[in-house]
Design a protein. Sequence first.
Length: 109
Amino acid sequence: PHPNSMPAYSLLRKQNFRPKGLMDVLDGGPCLETKINSIPIVKSAKLLPIEIKRNINFDRFGFIANPSIQSFAVAKENYAFDKAKRTIFISAKTAKALGLKPDSLAQVN
């Protein structure tokens, strides 16, 4: 890999991506692939319903994703977790950025 691409290459290797002998025709770097279920950040994510809240203590910080294949989006944002309801609370700004509506499911890590 090109020296400028080493940080991304290293990150992907840590997430179990491996070169398969193919080269990218645009940048000449190795093509990497893996099975979705072998990616640690995917394996540890939880799928939970959301509620959109204002003026709440968003005491957690992590990856929140819209898991839809057609609308996939991810952000690293503050959120709160209601253990009793098994629900996460996110801001309207985060919900809009991810294309999530009230009672949507989000993947959280």
